[in-house]
Design a protein. Structure first.
Length: 247
């Protein structure tokens, strides 16, 4: 990987570039990581993995290695066939040295709280997952969830992501890595909870009806972003943005 901006360098260590974590006052910082095709598609044949290449997959692992919690919507978790987070012993040691758990927990957002509780995602996890749900979710489902995961109730009918982020912070998370999908990203953007956007621009055309990077929730006004870095590898561009703070 080489850096094109702000300080051109070839090669550059992506772990060093992305170790510059975002911060937020009074809550965990939220970093979003997504991949998008040149024509704006976030998936192909229903999954984002088809858009990725070796460098993107390596960066995906690096970003996970730095965070305390991974936040994902239940639809994305199912479509992308999420399993437990697995990390090399070396990475686990580095995390312990930083005062983190050996692997990050995954927090899944679901208003219905309905899952296959016997799936490897739950029963093979070395770090107990979180289920972020609502008061109106079926009580039996919530009870099942509590047997294999930590349950966070954040809202009555729909998940209040601000409350969810605060609850994860109260449980020790200092940083959260959001991995989509686009509707969850939209809710995070609307709630002004996105402190950094890591966007991989894939050298591919996807066409079809895939959603945009951030979808669903309309913003009251255009949100200005400042470019932090641009890296390149194998014709993929790795872009990093942070919100412009208006005085």
């Amino acid at each position: 990987m080489r850096m094109l901006f702000p300080n051109p360098a070839d090669p550059v260590d992506p772990a060093a570039v992305y170790a510059d974590l975002p911060t937020a006052d009074g809550r965990p910082a939220v970093r979003l990581n997504m991949i998008v095709s040149v024509d704006g598609g976030t998936s192909w044949n229903g999954v984002s993995g088809a858009l990725g290449g070796p460098a993107d997959k390596a960066l995906f692992a690096i970003l996970r290695s730095l965070t305390d919690v991974v936040l994902v919507a239940s639809g994305t978790m199912r479509a992308e066939n999420y399993g437990p987070v697995v990390m090399p012993e070396r990475v686990q040691r580095e995390r312990r040295d930083r005062g983190q758990e050996p692997v990050p927990a995954i927090a899944v957002v679901s208003s219905s709280c309905r899952f296959d509780w016997s799936s490897p995602f739950f029963i093979a996890a070395t770090s107990r997952p979180y289920i972020v749900t609502v008061d109106s979710a079926d009580s039996a489902a919530r009870k099942q969830a509590s047997e294999v995961a930590e349950v966070i109730v954040a809202g009555e009918e729909t998940v209040d992501l601000g409350r969810a982020v605060d609850e994860l912070g109260a449980r020790g998370a200092g940083t959260i890595l959001a991995e989509g999908g686009p509707t969850l990203n939209g809710e995070l953007a609307k709630a002004r909870l996105l402190d950094e956007l890591c966007v991989t621009l894939a050298p591919l055309l996807a066409s079809g009806d895939a959603k945009r990077l951030i979808a669903g929730s309309a913003l009251a006004e255009l949100a200005q972003l400042a470019l932090q870095s641009i890296c390149e590898a194998d014709n993929y561009l790795f872009l990093r943005y942070r919100p412009v703070v208006v005085a």
